[in-house]
Every structure is written in C-alpha cells, then in structure tokens.
Design a protein around this ligand. Structure first.
Ligand code: SF4
Length: 301
C-alpha cells in the first residue's frame, strides 16, 4: 500500500474489526451559536457529513445500539468506537462531557471513543478529561484545521486561526490520547502550493491520523450560492488526486489515513459528483503514487 490505512493504526492498538458509530452528543458549535460567529463555515451543513446530525433528541444508548446493530449486520463489525461526529464534540461543560462520553463508553462492545471538534473548543479542562479517559480506553481527538492559511480560514468563515490550532495541538501533546487532523483541499483561493504548505505546517506536532477530503458543495450553504454565481469552482478529480498525493507525501508514514474523499448524501451534494466515488478516487490515487514512484511520507524532512 502506498499510504497507511487507518485500520493499521487501530490494529496496532488491538482494535481489529472495530467500526466507528456516529453519535450526536447534543452539542452545537461556537461558529453557529454566535459565540465566535453565526452562520458557520461557508460549506457547513452537518447533515451532509454526519448521518446523526438530526439525532439530538435520541438518547446516546439508543444511538449506539442502532448504529452497532447496523454495523454488526452489514459490515461484520465486532467492536465499536463511539464517534461524536456532529457539530463540536467538546463544546460543553466538563461535567456534561464526562457524562455524555461515559454513557457511550458504557454500551456493549464499545472499545474506545473518537471526538470531532474545533481547535478553539479544546480547553485545558477538556485535555485533562481526555487524558484521564485515555488511561482506561482508546481515545482519539479529531481536530478540524482545514487550512494553515488564516486568509483562507477567514474566507470560509472558520472563525479560528492557525495559531489556535497550534495551541490546541500543544495542549494535547503527550497526554496519551491520539490526535487526528482534518484537512480540506480545494478551498476558495487555494492552489497546490497552499495544500503542500498546510501539510508541511503540521511538522511540529505528533499526530496519529488524518482525514482529507475535497471541498464539496452542499445544497443550501453559502458555498452553494457562491457556486451558483460562478464564484467557486470545485477541484476536478485529477487535480484533487495530484493535490492529495502532494499532501500524503508530506505526512509521516506513521500517520493513518482515515479518509481521502467525501461522502455527502447524493440528495444534498451539488458538486463535484466524482467525490462520492471512493473506489475511483482510490484507484486514481494508487496510479498517481505509482507514476511518481512515491509513497506517503516520501517528502517528510
Ligand atoms: S466548525 Fe464544524 S459544525 Fe461548526 S460551523 Fe464549521 S463545519 Fe459546521
């Protein structure tokens, strides 16, 4: 394999045939509730990336049971990672986070927890809580960066900076839980130089996995209006595959790749349609790695 599949990272931690079950912990996001901004990231509709975005009122135990049943039946899963995917999974009081995470971890066959969040929702108290949990279970914190360029982050209304990402990584380093970095390629105003520089900007920190996907246009978002006006052009598949190869060359081989394309529901996706074809992207990616005679981490200094 030219890149490190995430399953290899999980297997090294004894998590074989483990699947992530998406959960809604009842959280919102400071970029939506007015604390940092309103309206959210220009591409954001949580329903497009989280199948449980509408499950706020469903008890965690029920969400976990339903998700695990589905994965046992359809995917042969035996153990599960409770995945707080919707909105910002650390955006609540420490007491509430502790209770919500504990409820998920108490369900049958749950072998760990994965929490998606923003850099500005990672406080010292959150890091302390995750460090404590990591002493008894597998914990991964997924931090959305998207781009290392503040100008880009402003253009997509992320309402945080690269420095805030760095501060969150510093805060979490060496605490015994895993870190996953989330990147998006094809953001407005960016070019291959930006993608390469963003991957290189991660060098100061140790992280354990990445999620990378192309920016895709979802119905009803600010980005969809920009796309309709002709102000935004999504990447072509060939452009994305080249950019992704550039990025993976600059990410250490010890880092597992959790995601390399998008999976928005077809009824919500405006463009590009190719991003749902995971097998097509994977086969082009393998071809590009072979053409360059390269591999993940080949350009790590
Ligand atoms: S940080 Fe996540 S949940 Fe919040 S607005 Fe952006 S994409 Fe949406």
């Amino acid at each position: 394999m030219y890149f490190t599949p995430y399953s290899k990272i999980l297997a090294a931690r004894g998590l074989i045939r483990a699947r992530k079950v998406p959960l809604h912990g009842g959280f919102t996001c400071p970029n939506l509730d007015g604390t940092k901004a309103r309206g959210g990231c220009t591409y954001c509709d949580n329903r497009s990336f989280s199948p449980v975005a509408g499950s706020r009122a469903v008890p965690i135990a029920k969400q976990m049971e339903d998700g695990a049943d589905y994965m046992r039946t359809h995917l042969g899963a035996q153990r599960f990672i409770a995945y707080f995917q919707a909105f910002s999974g650390t955006y609540a009081s420490t007491e509430r986070l502790r209770a919500v995470y504990a409820e998920a971890l108490a369900q049958p066959d749950v072998a760990g927890i994965s929490i998606g969040t923003r850099p500005d929702c990672i406080t010292p108290a959150v890091a302390d809580l995750l460090e404590e949990m990591a002493q008894s279970t597998f914990v991964t914190l997924e931090i959305g960066l998207q781009s290392a360029f503040d100008e880009t982050l402003r253009a997509i209304n992320r309402a945080h900076t690269f420095n805030e990402f760095g501060a969150a990584m510093d805060l979490c380093a060496g605490r015994g839980f895993d870190l996953c970095v989330h990147l998006i390629l094809g953001l407005p105003g960016e070019s291959p130089e930006h993608y390469r520089a963003t991957a290189e900007a991660l060098r100061p920190w140790e992280y354990h996995s990445v999620k990378v996907h192309p920016l895709h246009v979802v119905k009803g978002t600010v980005l969809a209006r920009q796309y309709d006006r002709g102000d935004y052009r999504p990447l072509e598949q060939a452009e994305y595959v080249e950019a992704l190869t550039d990025v993976l060359e600059r990410i250490p081989a010890s880092v597992g790749v959790q995601r390399f394309t998008a999976d928005a529901p077809p009824e919500m996706l405006v463009a590009p349609q190719w991003c749902r074809d995971k097998n097509g992207v994977l086969s082009d990616l393998k071809r590009e790695f072979a053409r360059r005679n390269t591999r993940q981490g080949a350009r790590v200094a």
